[in-house]
Design a protein around this ligand. Structure first.
Ligand code: UDP
Length: 250
């Protein structure tokens, strides 16, 4: 049983983990240590950036939406056997997560053409792909997260063959689970970005899954309900995030 002393040191009034030192502040999130070296706290901000942070703004309520939507989707994925870093929600903007050593690879999965793929291959947006496309991007803001392939990754020692196989398998499984989940809520999952990391030698899904990291289009109307409203100045940004929240949590 946990001693009273240990209990007091790790749990604040109200049952929350105590936030320790800030170890990372990104564009949309802050990560804090806790008293437990295996656990971190992820705090979601309302700040939004696009195009390598050359465009900046605030989407009111985004942090709450992204925290709660991510928590719900991590729970869904865990229930289907996908290992994630998610432990529990701590507050509207904070989740407790397992400490991860993040792999410097962003995995993108695409079901419908949009964004970077449409631009790179000069194809219109909205074409339903015959099968999902998986891309790796090198997680390097200074280089604009360039597309690279499994040979680069292995040759640079960023992941082994076995680890990449695992990442691919998990990514395609996650796609099937999320596609079905959003489809039941009248949304098409166009594409999304995942980040994986290692916790005690095990590969877990990390980061977040939210309208910041997914493209979600309303079925039929193809109305964009994601960060493209901010990137492309389409207006109705807050409403779009709230709509996704309602559909995911409802
Ligand atoms: N994405 C992300 N972070 C990034 C880049 C992309 O979460 O740094 C997400 C984006 O929201 C979209 C998917 O990954 O759902 C594919 O993005 P794409 O490669 O088309 O790049 P973009 O059009 O955002 O430049």
């Amino acid at each position: 049983m946990m001693s009273q002393k240990k209990c007091e040191s790790t749990i604040q009034k109200g049952g929350e983990m105590k936030k320790g030192e800030k170890i990372y502040e990104g564009k949309a999130k802050i990560v804090y240590k806790t008293d437990d070296p295996d656990l971190f706290i992820q705090y979601f901000k309302d700040d939004a950036t696009a195009f390598d942070a050359t465009k900046r703004g605030t989407i009111i309520g985004k942090g709450v939406v992204n925290n709660k939507v991510s928590a719900k989707l991590f729970e869904l994925l865990e229930s289907k056997g996908i290992p994630t870093h998610f432990v529990k929600l701590l507050s509207d903007r904070e989740m407790l997560m397992k400490r991860l050593k993040i792999m410097p690879i962003e995995v993108t999965v695409r079901n419908i053409t949009a964004g970077g793929m449409s631009k790179m291959l000069a194809i219109e947006e909205g074409i339903v792909l015959k099968e999902p496309v998986l891309e790796y991007h090198y997680k390097r803001d200074d280089l604009h997260d360039p597309l690279f392939n499994e040979y680069h990754i292995k040759a640079l020692g960023l992941a082994t063959d076995e680890e990449l196989d695992r990442v691919d398998t998990l990514s395609f499984e996650i796609n099937e689970i999320l596609k079905a989940f959003f489809s039941e809520r009248n949304l098409d999952l166009v594409d999304f970005k995942l980040e994986f990391g290692k916790h005690k030698e095990r590969i877990l899904l990390g980061d977040e899954i939210s309208p910041d990291t997914c493209r979600l289009w309303e079925k039929g109307t193809r109305k964009k309900l994601d960060k493209d409203r901010f990137r492309r100045d389409l207006g109705g940004i807050e409403e779009a995030y709230q709509e996704v929240y309602k559909r995911v949590m409802g």
